[in-house]
Design a protein around this ligand. Structure first.
Ligand SMILES: Cc1cc2nc3c(=O)[nH]c(=O)nc-3n(C[C@H](O)[C@H](O)[C@H](O)COP(=O)(O)OP(=O)(O)OC[C@H]3O[C@@H](n4cnc5c(N)ncnc54)[C@H](O)[C@@H]3O)c2cc1C
Length: 570
């Protein structure tokens, strides 16, 4: 990543100070996870500093005005919808008081190039039956059973999101105790549920949906969540789990799988967390790029900024991509060899392109005519008509060519949120896939423009006013994601949600408890369990681990120095 020495800008909570160089805790990275970690650490009484390389906090949860000649249009530039932030964090940090405000989304909507459309509701079985019956009576009857099946799985998987993964395979008494505790908590699982979880973890979303539904339209609609942000087409094993990961959250209203728009865009979520952190006393510095983690006797002691300034703290929490956090900032020579190998092998592709649009009017769909705001504008406005359509887009990208007809998870947040652009206009956000996985290495500017043209043409086929309604467009490809936002490889989650990178393997076996091989260094990125997504869980868990270790050290001071973690894999 480009190194740029700039003067740091500091915003200070009650206990900080821009001239201070010694803290109790330093958090590297002011994305939403870093901010959550800082808020919890500061709340525990630690003098906490957040260091963010960019000129603003939020990371991939950011609202920006990308068009200098039209600053009145703001877009939620990368991530675009909320679902996974747990009520624990919302309540602990009193985020509603700090501006966290979600508009629940309307239905999933797909207009088909061959005519007709489908709407799917997160919580309205009766209307789902009517909509799906347009395509298949059998599928309409199957839908309530599918919803109940998913709800049953969410009961098992949901609590796991807030569980610290045990160190599976370790024979140390503490690790064995944690493994047994997890088994005990799940003692009520029966043979059928275990089988269902196994299917979910191992099957492709295509095979799973084939077991339940017959119509291509319904299967296409349900497949989208299985491939979001994933370097895998719908026929790849493991994509069924990705669907579940995106289906088990709610926006705090208790409706499973519901997603919502933050008022003011996703930057509003990060701002609410930053305000909570500051209120608890944390100091936040922007334009402050960390170059190195400072080590003394093998333990974290602070950080060195790219302008050479040293800042010290006994606790350092890093929320950066694992390659940056460990290989660049800690250094291979300071880490166990097998851990280095695991991080080198970390899979971090996704081939995602985000396209943000300012629109003069809403899309006028042939299947559901009109440019006045209607229900089908209020949810996800998809371009993923069938499973083969999605698969073709992936196969082309895997063969080294950007998709001819990309798939898109589109949303129009301004259906609810009036703060993003002037009255009468709209913002539309297209989360699209795929371009080749190595497009993080070159900007591919012209090819991305052509890709965006094709994506827009696909929508234009079903809403003929679409192309002419576009006032401005902003295209963010994998190169920009890596170089401007630190999302190495362009992966939206700091690492793929593939089976070998989940739970006790995230980010590496033996180190899934938000601790690292370096005593005093904790890990809060989306590359840990429960990440990715804007869920804050990694930030909360890393802070909890640091706070717990400090308490233990205070109770028995000798343990702080003996907590060498290099042998965690025995
Ligand atoms: C295009 C796109 C769409 C997405 N859509 C959704 C969605 O709709 N809903 C959802 O829940 N999730 C979505 N995600 C995923 C989600 O946004 C991420 O998983 C999450 O925001 C990551 O948060 P984080 O705090 O772990 O890391 P980041 O947000 O990556 O934060 C890390 C921070 O560290 C900073 N940094 C980097 N290097 C340094 C350094 N050397 N020194 C100091 N600071 C540094 C970065 O600038 C950044 O601010 C999307 C992601 C992308 C890219």
């Amino acid at each position: 990543m480009a190194m740029k020495a700039t003067k740091a800008t500091s915003t200070t909570g009650a206990r900080g100070g821009a001239d201070t160089t010694d803290y109790d805790a330093i958090v590297v990275g002011g994305g939403h996870n870093g901010l959550v970690a800082a808020a919890y650490l500061a709340r525990s009484g630690a003098r906490t500093l957040v260091l963010e390389a960019r000129n603003k906090t939020g990371g991939a949860a950011t609202t920006e005005a990308p068009w200098p000649d039209a600053p009145e249009f703001r877009v939620t530039r990368l991530s675009y919808v909320m679902s996974l932030l747990p009520p624990t964090i919302i309540n602990d940090l009193q985020l509603a008081r700090h501006g966290y405000k979600i508009f629940p989304m309307g239905p999933y909507y797909q207009a088909f190039p061959e005519g007709g459309s489908i709407k799917l509701y997160a919580d309205d079985a009766k209307r789902n039956h009517i909509e799906i019956s347009k395509w298949s009576k059998k599928d309409a009857d199957a839908m309530p059973r599918w919803d109940a099946w998913l709800a049953g799985l969410a009961e098992v998987l949901g609590p796991l999101l807030l569980t610290v993964p045990p160190n599976l395979g370790s024979r140390k008494p503490r690790d064995l105790k944690e493994t047994l505790r997890l088994a005990w908590r799940n003692k009520n699982l029966n043979v059928r549920t275990i089988a269902d979880v196994t299917r979910l973890m191992t099957m492709s979303i295509a095979d799973l949906l084939d077991d339940w539904f017959e119509s291509p339209q319904v299967k296409g609609a349900l497949a989208v969540n299985g491939v979001i942000g994933t370097w895998a087409g719908p026929y790849e094993p493991g994509t069924a789990y990705v669907m579940a990961h995106h289906s088990i959250g709610d926006v705090g209203d208790g409706h499973l799988g519901n997603w919502g728009f933050q008022e003011g865009g996703m930057g509003g979520v990060a701002d609410a967390i930053a305000t909570a952190a500051r209120e608890n006393g944390a100091e936040i510095r922007t334009d402050a790029r960390v170059q190195q983690i400072l080590l003394k006797d093998g333990k974290a002691q602070g950080v060195i900024l790219d302008n050479g300034q040293q800042l010290t703290a006994k606790v350092v929490v890093t929320s950066l991509h694992p390659r940056t956090a460990f290989l660049d900032h800690v250094g291979r020579q300071n880490l166990p060899d097998d851990f280095v190998t695991d991080i080198e092998h970390w899979k971090t592709r996704s081939g995602v392109v985000k396209i943000n649009l300012a629109l003069a009017e809403l899309p006028d769909f042939t299947a559901d005519p009109g440019t006045s705001l209607a229900e089908h504008h209020t949810g996800s406005v998809e371009m993923a008509p069938t499973m083969p359509y999605i698969e073709r887009a992936f196969q082309e990208a895997r063969d080294g060519k950007a998709a001819t007809r990309p798939f898109s998870d589109g949303v129009i947040p301004t259906a609810f949120d009036k703060t993003l652009c002037p009255d009468g206009y709209h913002i539309m956000s297209l989360f699209t896939q795929w371009v080749p996985s190595d497009w993080n290495t070159e900007p591919h500017t012209e090819e991305l423009q052509a890709y965006a043209d094709r994506m827009i043409d696909c929508y234009n086929e079903v809403a003929p006013n679409f192309k002419s309604s576009i006032l401005h467009r902003d295209i963010v490809g994998p190169y920009q994601m890596e170089h401007d936002y630190g999302l190495i490889g362009g992966n939206i989650f700091h690492g793929e949600l593939s089976l070998e990178q989940l739970f006790h393997m995230r980010p590496a076996p033996g180190f899934a408890d938000y601790r690292t091989p370096v005593p005093g260094l904790y890990y809060a990125s989306s590359a840990t369990h429960a990440g990715g997504g804007v869920c804050g869980i990694p930030g909360m868990q890393a802070a909890r681990a640091a706070i717990a270790d400090r308490k233990t050290a205070r109770r028995s001071p000798t343990r702080i120095n003996t907590a060498v973690r290099r042998s965690r894999r025995s």
